[in-house]
Design a protein around this ligand. Structure first.
Ligand SMILES: Nc1ncnc2c1ncn2[C@@H]1O[C@H](COP(=O)(O)OP(=O)(O)O)[C@@H](O)[C@H]1O
Ligand SMILES: [Mg+2]
Length: 508
């Protein structure tokens, strides 16, 4: 089970928490066995020899055992769950770190909402599973084993009878586990769809209002939500079945033991206290057994979620640096398109494009919407690779230049004026992290943004929303231009950045 192995790898760094929790759970499991074992001598002392001294201490001892057991339980749960939480935090960081470096194709293929849902809900499902599986393995398995020891010590024949039913419980558990895993995976996919609807609706709320799409969106959301429910309903059906089924089957074991054990007591082959000690251990055995079976179905759910998570952790970029890639000279800015062909899917968007932007030249591309202007400039930044022909910066094909070097030569102001939830000054400073306030102001002045920034309530320190909602479209563009100017690079690409409405892109 490679998925399971990978999960273990993530848990490994937190081994001492697991070890501590395991110790505590071993003690916890041991207490149950000790309790079951002590039933026999206690009953003998109290009811047969009528030992008052032991009898008077008994309540105290019982309270003490359960108090110690409670402490162990707490230590186990605390350390086990924090270990799972920490491991899953690493998984989340890993996804984010990996994904943010993937090329744009990945982000066009996977919708924002479904990616978010993987990072949030799938990882949460993983986390619940990991915690339960690991504590299940330690606490319940150790409890089970020590109780089994008591059972076999008391009477191996009866023990064998009672254990015959264990294989009976495993079969339905594996069948249910498979069904649970499938339903969990489908459900998580469905969660991705409705996260998409949510994300699109909320980020496009203005359009939703302007076109009175509220009811349409409500309908879409409700439908996606219902579908999500239908898979969850399946999962609930199967996982709720696992306990009752195992209880019915275990009752067979208990019935058999009471029958055969009772016969033995009647025939004087077993003492009554021994019989009760056995029954106590038996009753206690089924609880960890049931929990282990439950942990198995949780494991299936967890593996379903983990598969989805690992899928995107494993996603790789198609566009990567070649091993012998070059770095550009610091002022290199000659851009050449040499018989470039490009298609996203089947139809060519660019055919046989030849174009040279010499040093110091400013080039404007004019054409209808969808004509391929944005596509053309995105090839300079190597957001996509050409289908045929080559794009060159200076002497090199962009495929032979390191991505870092390309990006340090290009500043891009896109049609989508992206501002982050931060102050004005920090939004501009993303162009050149570490730049001084003076540099930021100079860039803002060059982009004709300084005046309106100064009129804002806190000037450069004004916080702007995640989509810069308090700014006009033109103001947002100017902040983005200021950011590009601050970057101070040889190649400046403005994609419809200077005038919203006109179709103009230019490379300078
Ligand atoms: N990520 C993409 N995947 C598939 N097709 C795309 C993608 N981006 C743009 N296109 C298509 O490429 C064509 C050119 O788009 P674009 O370069 O944005 O035009 P312009 O910027 O000139 O308006 C359009 O037909 C558009 O549908
Ligand atoms: Mg465009």
């Amino acid at each position: 089970m490679p998925v399971f192995k990978r999960l273990i790898l993530y848990i490994k760094p937190y081994w001492w928490r697991i070890a501590l929790a395991a110790l505590a759970s071993a003690a916890y499991g041991g207490f149950d066995a000790a309790f079951a074992y002590m039933v026999e001598p206690l009953l003998k002392k109290i009811f047969m020899t009528k030992d008052m001294y032991i009898f008077s201490f008994l309540p105290l001892v019982i309270i003490l055992i359960f108090a110690l057991r409670a402490v162990c339980r707490y230590l186990n749960d605390y350390f086990m769950n924090t270990a799972a939480q920490l491991a899953v935090q690493d998984v989340r960081n890993k996804i984010f770190k990996n994904n943010i470096f993937l090329d744009l194709k990945f982000f066009y293929r996977n919708q924002t909402g479904s990616l978010m849902s993987r990072i949030v809900t799938d990882v949460a499902a993983m986390q619940n599973g990991v915690g339960e599986i690991v504590s299940g393995i330690f606490r319940d398995a150790i409890g089970l084993i020590s109780l089994l020891c008591v059972i076999f010590y008391r009477d191996w024949q009866l023990a064998t009878i009672s254990l015959l039913i264990i294989p009976l419980t495993i079969y339905p558990a594996t069948i249910l586990g498979k069904k649970i895993k499938r339903a969990a995976r489908k459900g998580q996919e469905e969660a991705g769809y409705f996260a998409n609807i949510l994300q699109e609706t909320l980020s496009g709320i203005k359009v939703v209002k302007a076109f009175s799409l509220e009811n349409t969106k409500i309908e879409q959301f409700a439908q996606a939500n219902l579908k999500y429910y239908s898979f969850n309903q399946k999962m609930i059906k199967y996982s709720s079945l696992s306990s009752p089924i195992s209880e019915v089957i275990t009752s067979l074991g208990i019935a058999a033991v009471i029958y055969f054990g009772g016969m033995k007591v009647i025939a004087n082959k077993m003492s009554a206290p021994e019989f009760f000690s056995f029954i106590t251990a038996m009753a206690l055995v089924y609880s960890p057994l049931k929990k282990l079976i439950g942990a198995y179905s949780n494991a299936q759910r967890c593996i379903g979620a983990s598969e989805r998570v690992f899928e995107i952790i494993d996603a790789v970029s198609e566009i990567t640096d070649s091993p012998d890639c070059h770095a550009l000279a610091s002022d290199e800015n000659r851009v050449e398109f040499d018989h470039v062909y490009f298609k996203y899917q089947d139809d060519y968007i660019l055919e046989d494009v030849c174009l040279v932007a010499e040093k110091g030249q400013m080039i404007a591309l004019v054409g209808p919407s969808g004509g391929g202007k944005s596509t053309l400039v995105s090839l300079i930044a190597r957001f996509f690779d050409t289908t045929e022909g080559q794009v060159k910066i200076g002497p090199y094909n962009v495929r032979d230049i390191s991505k870092d070097s390309i990006m340090s030569h290009i500043a891009l102001v896109d049609q989508e004026t992206t501002l982050f939830h931060d102050t004005v000054t920090n939004n501009i400073r993303y162009g050149k992290p570490g730049s001084t306030d003076e540099e930021v102001i100079k860039a803002a002045q060059a982009a004709y943004a300084h005046d309106f920034i100064m009129e804002m309530p806190e000037g450069y320190e004004t916080s702007i929303g995640d989509r810069g909602v308090r700014l006009s479209g033109g103001q947002r563009q100017r902040l983005c231009i200021a950011r590009a100017i601050l970057k101070n690079v040889p190649i400046l690409i403005l994609d419809e950045a200077t005038n919203s409405g006109s179709s103009e892109g230019s490379a300078e």
